[in-house]
Ligand binder design. Structure first.
Ligand code: BGP
Length: 469
């Protein structure tokens, strides 16, 4: 829809940016931190230098000062479960609690709202060894961890995110190490783990409301509009299939406490429905989010897939367009450009996604990731001219403003990432930050911080509340 008069970004809009603990902190084995699954060699090379990442643990003051200089109103970061409870359950680690107290206090000193992800891919390795999300014990462990977080930080943290991109962990379960090797029905195992995570999330949301009546909590999946490749009705059905399995399964449970019917029938057909115990449905219904946080990088385009047709052998679409026979077939969208890492660029898809989510769930929305990974280079003047990133974010913000004008209640935008960090899939050279970290893949150099061109641009955007882009 065309709008002649754009609504402004709301007053008190949470302009900020995001990071996650294992990607930015470093100090992976310091001050009694326990090991997480992400510390256990999921990176390109299992070398210690790599795990230093951006060494934010030792530089958080300098980093927060830079965030403040950019004018951040909010900062979305994750707490490493293993810093707080090294084994996932049991003894607490006062040094870990101290670190996050310091970080939170430093943010508050500058008037930056802390938005905390409780769990961003980094399950404690000790829990993983005991079966991870396959066992219901992990639900209790997460609830206990949530209680510790609320007790220690709830006086200052008002915005909580439960689990980062649970849908991507499930859809890329092989890559995320969720599937036990001996499994005879990996899909069923995966969705059993999914069910347990959903229960853990519901319990955490309920607990948050009872312990911290003034706080707000919500899920943080990766959501994207799914387009049919053509107007062929079969392609539209395929898009609806993938929408249900990829997106709505997660939000229907978080918001309404019920399984999406299309996703459920997909699981039934494959003998992969999770075991649901008495009381589970009540637990799912008892956890109500106050808002929906979501990550958006690119849209997805799919076509009809016949049975017997090779449509890809795994689920997931963020970087690799795949599919599943008889369900959908991922195709590349000829209308879109791609990043140098092959991710499609679709700012209009961002508006479509905002509209889809809000229309379905009518809850306030916050964007907790969106951004462009690139091989940034320091030029001969010591500057990083990342105009491509400015262009990317600008185009997405323009669409966000259109969505606001459409009536979508959007209360924050926290792109990925505040500062350069280790990418989940592609090492340190794939950079996303407004702040450059002077290191290379396997050479730590001085880890110095350099403001990129996008730093100054974003600062102006924030100061003008989005008027000056
Ligand atoms: C999201 C994750 C982030 C981040 C981002 C970019 O799925 O939540 O942790 O890594 O993707 O992905 P990548 O680092 O692989 O480019």
């Amino acid at each position: 829809m065309f709008h002649k008069n754009l609504k402004p970004f709301p007053k008190n809009f949470f302009w900020g940016a995001s990071t996650s603990a294992y990607q930015v902190e470093g100090a992976w084995d310091e001050d009694r931190k326990g090991l997480s699954v992400m510390d256990m060699g999921k990176h390109p090379e299992d070398v210690t230098d790599f795990k230093v990442t951006s060494d934010h643990y030792h530089n958080y003051k300098e980093d927060v000062a830079l965030f403040a200089e950019m004018g951040f109103k909010a900062y979305r970061f994750s707490i490493a479960w293993t810093r707080i409870i090294p084994n996932g359950v049991g003894e607490l680690n006062p040094k870990g609690i101290e670190f996050y107290n310091n970080l939170i206090n430093e943010l508050i000193k500058y008037g930056i709202e802390p938005i905390v992800t409780m769990y961003h891919f980094d399950l404690p390795y000790e829990l993983h060894k005991k079966g991870g999300w396959s066992t219901r014990d992990s639900i209790d462990a997460f609830e206990n961890y949530a209680k510790v977080l609320f007790e220690n930080f709830g006086d200052r943290v008002k915005y909580w995110l439960t689990i980062n991109e649970q849908n991507m962990m499930i859809l890329h379960s092989n890559a995320m190490g969720l599937i036990p090797k001996e499994s005879s029905n990996p899909l069923k195992d995966t969705y059993q783990q999914n069910h347990h995570m959903l229960l853990a999330q519901a319990k955490a949301m309920k607990l948050c409301h009872s312990m911290l009546p003034n706080a707000k909590i919500g899920p943080a999946p990766n959501i994207t509009s799914v387009y049919p490749a053509t107007s062929k009705p079969e392609d539209v059905t395929a898009a609806s299939n993938w929408n249900a399995i990829r997106n709505w399964l997660y939000l229907d449970i978080a918001v309404y406490g019920r399984y999406n019917n299309i996703a459920w029938s997909y699981l039934e057909e494959r003998n992969a429905t999770p075991e649901i115990l008495d009381g589970d449905i009540e637990i799912l219904a008892s956890g109500n989010p106050d808002f929906i946080a979501f990550n958006y990088y690119a849209s997805a385009t799919v076509a009809h897939s016949e049975m017997g047709e090779k449509a890809g052998n795994s689920l997931g679409d963020q970087q690799v367009v795949v599919g599943e026979e008889g369900v959908y077939k991922g195709v590349s969208n000829p209308n879109l450009e791609k990043t140098e890492f092959g991710w499609e660029i679709d700012p209009i898809g961002f508006r479509n996604t905002l509209r889809d989510i809000y229309e379905k769930y009518a809850l306030p929305l916050i964007v907790t990731e969106n951004g462009l990974g690139a091989f940034d280079k320091v030029d001969e003047n010591g500057e990083i001219k990342d105009d491509y990133r400015i262009n990317f974010i600008k185009k997405h913000l323009e669409q966000a403003q259109l969505a606001i004008t459409d009536g979508v209640e959007l209360f924050g935008y926290c792109p990925w990432s505040a500062i350069d960090l280790v990418s989940t899939h592609q090492g340190c050279s794939k950079r996303y930050g407004f702040i450059f970290v002077n290191r290379e893949e396997f050479d730590l150099k001085d880890l110095g911080r350099i403001r990129k061109k996008s730093f100054f641009w974003y600062k102006d955007v924030i100061t003008s509340n989005g008027e000056k882009m």
